[in-house]
Ligand binder design. Structure first.
Ligand SMILES: *Cc1c(COP(=O)(O)O)cnc(C)c1O
Length: 412
């Protein structure tokens, strides 16, 4: 029995029911190893779902990103461009390779890498250091990045795109699924993602040679010889047949999981928002050096709470529902006030990702920005968004937020 007073999490695992059958099958056949029918089956499921021709499942999304960088030829001293507004796992594998990240700010329509700044960064790096080896693009919280413009720049300068689709399985642009853009795509099946294998990831590409090579590198780079022989540096990155069994079961309910997350978003929007975010729309286009530090005061939201709209042709899986809280319109109630009010009711919420250029680990690397991701970090909050959230839980959450918004009005 579920206890209504138990903690409500941001995004918790949600099993479908068939996962155990695949695990039992692995036990019955004694394929308790990082290979077997579930590994093959899960890879095929991912190919069929995404439309990518080849997929290799690995222990984590981070491992998949690391392999992608190696296969892009990233070596010590090279530069790699990375979206600043993301989770550290997008950037950390750059350092694993001894390479240097160059961070780029987001644009306000999708919160993902700004194509204009991306090009500015490429041109500047070519002048100063030489051409970056890869571009890591993220679909933050499931919202697709501006892939058309990004891929045009990638082609123009001949720099491969690594698509970090860890949060975006099930999102699409004009019907094309996220996880199929760029030379490589990366998925994550960590416990908090839209589907989970407890921990896991996948590397996808249309290039068979590259995915074959990723499997070779992920299994200790063993040469074709009767003894153990190694000419290259390998890793132990392959996914276990047990985890892959969970993945096969989860793939059967993926579509339901996406619908449930989208319903969460629509519920919050109707309860709290009523206003799509369109801040900065024209200002940032017109003025290249415009610095964003807060909301445009001309925004008029009945509640001071803003949501991100899907651009035309884009579908977000709404992995997490995110809001921006404008204290100028809430009588001073801030994102942190709301986060604390939720915490008191045992409801988990969290500020948006802290951009990489603000992280102590990364603050000394080059950054090209105009303040958009700083603003998002200052005003943004992730709300509980699990596909297993119940109606009464969602009502409890929106009720707590409304209460927090009201309380300050009484005080002022
Ligand atoms: C979760 C996540 C990753 C890393 O995936 P793991 O499977 O946890 O290693 C990478 N990038 C983004 C944007 C993520 O959200």
């Amino acid at each position: 029995m579920r206890n209504i007073n138990s903690r409500i999490y941001l995004s918790s695992p949600h099993m479908g029911g068939d996962e155990l059958d695949y695990i039992h099958d692995a036990f019955a056949k004694n394929w308790i190893a990082p290979l077997g029918a579930n590994v093959d089956g899960f890879e095929k499921d991912l190919q069929d779902y995404s439309g990518r021709e080849h997929a290799a499942v690995v222990i984590s999304g981070t491992a998949a990103l690391h392999l992608a960088l190696i296969l892009c030829g990233v070596e010590s001293g090279d530069e790699v461009i990375c979206q600043s507004m993301t989770f550290a796992a997008s950037a950390n594998p750059i350092l694993y390779q001894g390479a240097k990240p160059v961070f780029v700010d987001s644009e306000a329509k999708t919160w993902n890498i700004d194509p204009a700044l991306l090009e500015e960064a490429i041109v500047d790096r070519i002048q100063k250091k030489g051409k970056p080896k890869a571009i890591i693009v993220v679909h933050l919280y499931g919202m697709p990045a501006k892939m058309e413009a990004i891929l045009r720049i990638s082609n123009k300068y001949d720099i491969p795109v690594i698509e970090d689709a860890a949060e975006a399985l099930g999102s699409s642009i004009n019907g094309q699924r996220c996880g199929t853009f760029g030379l490589f795509s990366v998925l994550s099946f960590n416990g908090n993602k839209i589907i989970t294998t407890s921990g896991g990831g996948a590397l996808l590409s249309n290039r068979k040679d590259l995915i074959d090579k990723s499997r070779f590198l992920a299994t200790q780079a063993r040469d074709d010889a009767p003894h153990y022989q190694h000419s290259e540096l390998g890793f132990n990155y392959r996914m276990s047949n047990i985890s892959a069994g969970i993945g096969r079961g989860q793939m059967k309910v993926l579509q339901e999981r996406i619908s449930a997350r989208r319903r969460n978003h629509d519920f919050y929007f109707e309860e709290l928002g009523e206003t799509w975010l369109n801040l900065l729309g024209s200002t940032i286009k017109d003025e290249k050096r415009f610095q964003v530090s807060s909301f445009n005061p001309k925004q008029e939201s009945p509640t001071g709470i803003y949501f991100l709209k899907e651009p035309k042709g884009c579908v977000s899986n709404r992995w997490l529902t995110t809001i921006l809280v404008n204290p100028a319109e809430t009588n001073g109630v801030t994102r942190d006030d709301i986060c604390q009010a939720l915490g008191k009711k045992n409801i988990e919420s969290r500020p948006l990702w802290k951009p990489m250029h603000l992280q102590p680990l990364y603050k000394d690397f080059p950054y090209y920005g105009r303040g958009v991701s700083d603003m998002l970090f200052n005003y943004g909050l992730c709300l509980p968004s699990g596909s297993n959230l119940k109606d009464d839980e969602r009502e409890k959450i929106s009720g707590a937020i409304k209460e927090a918004l009201k309380r300050k009005q009484v005080l002022t």
